[in-house]
Write a protein that binds this ligand. Sequence first.
Ligand code: NAP
Length: 281
Amino acid sequence: MTQIIDGKQISKELKDELKEKVTAYRAQGIEITLAVIQVGNDKASSVYVGNKKKACEYIGIHSLSYELEEHTTEDELLDLIRRLNGDDKVNGILVQLPLPKHINEDKVIETIDAKKDVDGFHPMSVGALSIGKKGFISCTPYGIIELLKRSGTDIEGKECVVIGRSNIVGKPMSMLLLRENATVTVAHSHTKNLKEVAKRADILIVAVGKPLFINHEYVKEGAIVIDVGIHRDENNKLCGDVDYEDVFPHVSAITPVPGGVGPMTIAMLMKNCVNAVEIQK
Ligand code: NAP
């Protein structure tokens, strides 16, 4: 029978564990603070920021909110980040992406102190991950490892195929799977014979950014499929990069959309905020 990997339930368990940890820190006089910066009022970004603030509230993390005008200059944003870098009370800094076109995202990411980089996007965080050092890990792939482990999947020695090589999902995902001793293949838009490559996977991670792109022809019988994609279909219903109905009868486990990878991303952001206390020691 196919197991549905319940990201909603697993993220709830994780948030409850974090809440206990935060309470224990409080008892030692340690308060965790996350600064959240949004530039402009993109609707989707406002929803993400709102959900992050709600998660902070649930866990007991203090959140500081900076809602900047769309026309904020790059220098003004960088000045705010530098101020927050220097504020000992702030443990984590998050700048909601995407930013307006006149602001250089790389520059913004690189200005955040690597010790406060709770999104795990700073080159120092990425470098630390690739050489197995302590540091912040990009929340979505970090959440996928948690999903696999907590749903009873042994990653060690497995053939894993990651479709997609973005800096925030595909690349850190492959590093994390390597760290778990999997054999990892990363596929991308130049990969030849994608169906054959994907069919090698015991664990197939799909972060291709194309709705319903993966059907059963890409999937080995009994594989585990993790769908990172989020889209709206023609009926405004959420769907993933994987054609869930088509793939479902062929796999041993699969994440749904919604309710799979999505809820884990915010839970792992909260975990990074809690980890910040250790990283900053
Ligand atoms: P992205 O930056 O657009 O990257 C897509 C990747 O897929 C690229 O590496 C691209 O290859 C590859 N690709 C595109 N077409 C392909 C094809 N025909 N065959 C093989 N590979 C192909 O996307 P992303 O930021 O990684 O996000 C992927 C999906 O996950 C999106 O739907 C996004 O909305 C979703 N997402 C969800 C969460 C969450 O919390 N659930 C978080 C982040 C992202 P090239 O590098 O060669 O161009």
